[in-house]
Ligand binder design. Structure first.
Ligand code: SAM
Ligand code: SF4
Length: 329
């Protein structure tokens, strides 16, 4: 029988977010500084090491996986990695969070390799503002990537929007209105403070309440779905008669820690127990030193047990040792 990974609060942890790389082809203002220095590839999990760790996690009941980064599509062999993951016993669902820049060519091969869905990050529908937020990104490329994802069956397509005061708060209504004609989920994510970008994130945050008020002013109020029950981490809404839905991920103002079932594996092979807490355990060093699958399994179980209850942003406890791209968003 499978031993499940459980924490001391009784939460079963069975969802792993894996950062494939800390590198990125963009530099979003809320995520990393323009002169970000990346880790040498030799310090990151190699393909075989990553798959070996996935095998151990899958043996502990982790069945749901999300690949992220940095930008997961810039990782060499991303298609082969997904193929190997999807044929690992116990792995049932593999999704990806991507900026979409390379998705136009990759969507089809990724889907064939076993990827099931994508979340594409797109914060505005205005090409100039898109360039300002990402520092050099092309909105056309991302849009072509979203369409390719839909054609490849990586559905339902979810669009992630981080709203930043002074950058894109005027775009929220147009983004939400995409759901009128598309069977998409547009998800507004409250900006979270990390490491070097913490001060910026705290000053420029736009809360989900402010976003809904703005959408109601500009167009129509959104209607709450499912009595406010969470869909994953998002609280769902809809415009009357719309094809798609609008989600709000309010990690800062309404944390969803009680229902958290996730852990994270950073690109350098470190198990991180909470996005917003610095507690971590290195798995790659013992793997390289010859630890057995049993040893690794025990390390994971012991550390999951001590998963922190939740974050403490309300008391200004912010993660300092890594920014979002190094943890894996
Ligand atoms: N590069 C991919 C992308 O942008 O989708 C995947 C990695 S990115 C770190 C994952 C998600 O985190 C993206 O949706 C991004 O918008 C979000 N993100 C980055 N920094 C954030 C912050 N400070 N607060 C909230 N969300 C953030
Ligand atoms: Fe890159 Fe994603 Fe961070 Fe933007 S949010 S800089 S696309 S990792």
């Amino acid at each position: 029988m499978t031993t499940l990974a459980k924490d001391r609060f009784g939460r079963i942890i069975n969802y792993l977010r894996i950062s494939l790389t800390d590198k990125c082809n963009l530099r979003c203002v809320y995520c990393m500084p323009e002169d970000m220095i990346f880790r040498p590839s030799s310090e990151l999990m190699q393909d075989g090491e990553l798959i070996a760790l996935v095998r151990v996690f899958a043996g502990l009941g982790f069945h749901k996986y999300r690949l992220t980064g940095g930008e997961p599509t810039v990782r060499q062999n991303v298609v082969e990695i997904i193929r190997a993951m999807s044929s690992t016993p116990g792995v049932r669902d593999i999704s990806m969070t991507t900026n979409g820049v390379l998705l136009e060519d990759l969507a089809e091969p990724l889907a064939r390799a076993g990827l099931t869905r994508v979340n594409v990050s797109v914060d505005t529908l205005d090409p100039d503002r898109f360039r300002r937020i990402t520092r050099w990104g092309s909105l056309d490329k991302v849009w072509a990537g979203i369409e390719a994802a839909e054609r490849a069956g990586l559905t339902p397509v979810k669009l992630n929007v981080v709203v930043v005061r002074g950058f894109n708060e005027g775009d929220v209504t147009d983004l939400a209105k995409l759901t009128l004609d598309h069977d998409w989920q547009v998800r507004f994510i409250e900006m979270m403070p990390f490491g070097e970008v913490a001060k910026f994130a705290k000053e420029q945050i736009v809360t989900d309440e402010a976003i809904r008020a703005r959408i109601a002013d500009d167009y129509l109020p959104l209607e709450l779905l499912d009595d406010g029950r969470l869909d994953g981490e998002a609280r769902m809404y809809r415009f009357p008669g719309a094809k798609g839905a609008v989600g709000f991920i309010s990690s800062v103002t309404q944390p969803f820690c009680a229902s958290c079932n996730r852990a994270r594996l950073t690109a350098d092979g470190v198990l991180r127990l909470c996005l917003l807490r610095d507690r971590e355990v290195d798995l790659l060093t013992p793997l390289r030193a010859g630890a057995s699958e049993d040893d690794l399994r025990q390390m994971i179980l012991d550390n999951i047990w001590w998963k922190p209850w939740g974050h403490d942003l309300a008391h200004d406890v912010i993660p300092l040792n890594r920014v979002m791209s190094q943890i894996g968003g």
